[in-house]
Write a protein of this length. Structure first.
Length: 307
């Protein structure tokens, strides 16, 4: 089979750190073009808009959209309309409705739409899911703590409405949660703190419930030095700790053997198999929880935040 001719849109941090190396390392793809207002990729054709790129390079078969969520819909719509397969960075859109429109369009055009959730491919996430499949879970505590100055320096979009603030990393926790639990949960309450000079939250506490009475509590905070991305899961058969963003797993106090981190290479393998099979994979469960948090949660204004 010929490699899929792919283009990248939004050449910024995640495109450079993960997408470009993963595409280069997978013989199933040939990177043929990029579109970015300021960024560019050496050795291929570069454009400043996706529209110009799609017109000038008709052989493009697929595009990866790596820009912030607020500006992803228009690009995704243009690519799908032109009959291209589309790989969406997380979160798949700024709203649930836009993703529904894209899903319907992909179906009409008979092309693949992939809502990627990279944290689900962290090394120990599937092992945790398999272990929990037949367990009774009483309680889950999620700690998603990091220092925004370290991880998101000078990213203004992340603080704007639709940029998600602390939910930009926090949605990774929810993508894992919705993947490993044997039973769906729903938001029962939340409080989120928004700095007085910003539009998006810097911290949040969220409670979830389930039909069987499982309790999930999440504590997300962007003001803390030192990272903590952990799930502490209490089952009737003992404690499970999925730590380090899904990279470490301890069951009943016994640390499980680590596997190598390859989130983005695995995402690209998955996208390739979806394209080859002529299927889409559209999962908005993590984004739906964020929408519910904004719908149900109480908002508190806190002191201004400066980079
Ligand atoms: P970024 O570097 O700030 O943005 C990526 C690129 O998108 C920018 O270089 C810019 O390229 C373009 N862009 C930025 N703002 C734009 C706007 N308002 N309109 C049009 N284009 C704009 O962000 P990032 O960290 O790569 O994150 C992008 C997406 O990847 C987000 O959804 C994020 O959640 C996800 N992600 C990020 C990470 C991470 O570690 N950073 C990890 C996993 C997933 P041009 O100016 O050249 O157009």
């Amino acid at each position: 089979m010929q490699p899929i001719k792919i283009a990248v849109v939004g050449v910024g941090k995640i495109a450079r750190d993960q997408h470009l190396p993963s595409i280069a390392g997978n013989p199933g793809y040939a990177l043929v073009a990029a579109a970015s207002r300021h960024g560019s990729v050496e050795g291929i054709r570069n454009f400043t808009t996706i529209e110009d790129m799609l017109e000038a390079v008709p052989e493009i078969e697929a595009v990866s959209l790596c820009m912030p969520p607020r500006v992803r819909f228009e690009a995704a719509h243009a690519a799908l309309s032109a009959g291209k397969h589309v790989f969406l960075e997380k979160p798949p859109g700024a709203t649930l409705s836009e993703v529904a429109i894209l899903e319907a369009l992909a179906e009409r055009k008979a092309v693949t739409l992939f809502t990627s959730w990279h944290s689900r491919f962290a090394p120990m996430v599937d092992r945790a899911r398999a272990h929990l499949a037949d367990k009774t879970i009483r309680r889950v505590e999620i700690f998603w703590h990091e220092d925004v100055r370290r991880w998101h320096p000078n990213q203004s979009w992340i603080w704007e409405a639709g940029g998600l603030g602390v939910f930009d990393p926090g949605i990774n926790a929810l993508s894992i949660l919705t993947h490993i639990l044997p039973e769906p949960v729903f938001v029962t309450g939340a409080t989120f703190e928004v700095p007085e000079n910003r539009e998006a939250p810097i911290a949040a506490k969220i409670a979830f419930g389930s039909a069987s009475g499982m309790v999930v509590e999440a504590d997300m905070d962007w003001r803390l030095p030192g990272d903590r991305w952990d799930f502490v899961i209490e089952t009737t058969e003992g404690e499970v700790v999925l730590g380090n963003g899904g990279a470490r797993l301890t069951i009943g106090g016994v640390s499980q053997e680590d596997e190598r981190e390859k989130e983005y290479p695995t995402l690209y393998e998955r996208f390739h198999s979806l394209v080859t099979a002529g299927r889409s994979e559209v999962d908005v469960a993590p984004l739906r929880h964020i929408a519910d948090i904004f719908m149900l949660g109480s908002r508190k204004t806190v002191e201004a935040f400066y980079d």
